[in-house]
Write a protein that binds this ligand. Structure first.
Ligand code: FAD
Length: 326
């Protein structure tokens, strides 16, 4: 090998070692992956489809309601999050100190199709006063996030796909071979009333109802006690209305009136379609992350409890695995 060849080969090695990472997706998973890379000094870019980051941790403002609530946000995706992992607990404690999240409640009601049937205690659920999207925005505050859709494999970067598998497979079809997760849709209907028509509650799990699975008191969740509810429609009903999500709004209104025993119509409504809302528990994959050559995957489906915390952990673990490769 002459001097030129050895220099070229050395440069190749250095280039390989320092190969930057392209993270696609700035939900909680992509952002925690980015933080792990940033903290280790590994070069990366993070690109998100859509101008708002946060993905399924989504908060949407009220617009043109003709009420003083214009601008107030509803949480339209994830309702809350729980904490079990000590490392995630440390992040949540930082978020709490910064005033981004607050412990919300350990008690929800449960109902059947006829009405409220009781209360049930569980783990502490956390809420975010400014909307759950603010959690991801706060974690990403020092990151530069590019707006755009990754549509093909990059040539000079490793690709980390941080979104549900059906979306990842549009970029890298083999992604579907890595996950057995079955995704359920949810249409989430936000309802604003002219006053509060219900007794104090935080959330209601609705069992055995053909239409509704969950009703959140968004006023309690936000802390402003606005007359605001968010209703999650059942996967079967949602699947039948993915092209016309607004059509389920009257069904949502009828269900809350029936279950919560009041008779008033909302003054403003909005229906949001989540085609890939949640991986069905029992179909998820327990491996924390996948690195296959130049393409890797992370997300909430790589956990037996697919939730916000699982996304955070999967992204962090993938970031660490990519640091080890660098
Ligand atoms: C209705 C609903 C209720 C839920 N309730 C709860 C709950 O109560 N508690 C809980 O813990 N979890 C809940 N979840 C689940 C929780 O929201 C997710 O676990 C978590 O947000 C997963 O984050 P993620 O970053 O993995 O994926 P996502 O949040 O889906 O983020 C993926 C991001 O990638 C972007 N993207 C997609 N394709 C591309 C591309 N090609 N190029 C660039 N960017 C791309 C998307 O725009 C998005 O921003 C709920 C979810 C929904 C929808």
């Amino acid at each position: 090998m002459n001097k030129f060849e050895s220099l070229t080969s050395l440069l190749n090695v250095i280039q390989h070692l320092a190969k930057p990472v392209l993270i696609a997706g700035a939900g909680i998973t992509g952002v925690s992956c980015a933080i792990a890379l940033r903290d280790a000094g590994v070069p990366f870019r993070i690109v998100n489809k859509g101008y708002r980051i946060g993905g399924r941790m989504a908060s949407r403002p009220v617009r043109d309601s003709g009420t003083p609530f214009d601008g107030r946000v509803f949480d339209t995706g994830a309702s809350y999050f729980t904490v079990s992992d000590p490392d995630f607990a440390a992040v949540v404690s930082e978020l709490e100190i910064a005033g981004v999240v607050q412990p919300w409640t350990d008690t929800f009601h449960f109902a059947d199709p006829e009405g409220i049937a009781g209360v049930k205690m569980g783990p502490m659920r956390y809420r975010a006063e400014l909307g759950i999207r603010s959690v991801v925005e706060y974690l990403a505050r020092d990151l530069v996030i590019e707006e755009g859709e990754v549509t093909e494999l990059p040539t000079h970067e490793r690709l980390a796909l941080c979104m549900p598998t059906p979306q990842a497979a549009r970029v890298f079809p083999q992604a579907s071979e890595l996950s057995t997760a079955v995704w359920e849709p949810v249409i989430s209907v936000s309802l604003l009333f002219d006053q509060v028509y219900w007794a104090a509650f935080d959330g209601i799990f609705v069992n055995q109802d053909a239409h509704v699975t969950w009703i959140a008191n968004d006023g309690a969740r936000r802390g402003d006690h606005a007359p605001a509810l968010v209703v999650h429609m059942s996967p079967v009903l949602s699947a039948g209305h993915l092209v016309d999500p607004e059509d389920v709004t009257p069904i949502a209104v009828a269900a809350v009136k029936r279950i919560m025993s009041f008779d008033a119509d909302p003054v403003w409504t909005h229906a949001h379609r989540w085609t890939f809302a949640k991986p069905l528990e029992g179909t998820t994959v327990s491996e924390p992350n996948f690195v296959l050559g130049e393409v890797s995957r992370a997300g909430d489906e790589f956990s037996d409890r697919p939730r916000v915390e699982a996304g955070w952990r999967s992204g962090r673990d993938l970031g660490r695995a990519l640091v080890d490769l660098a």
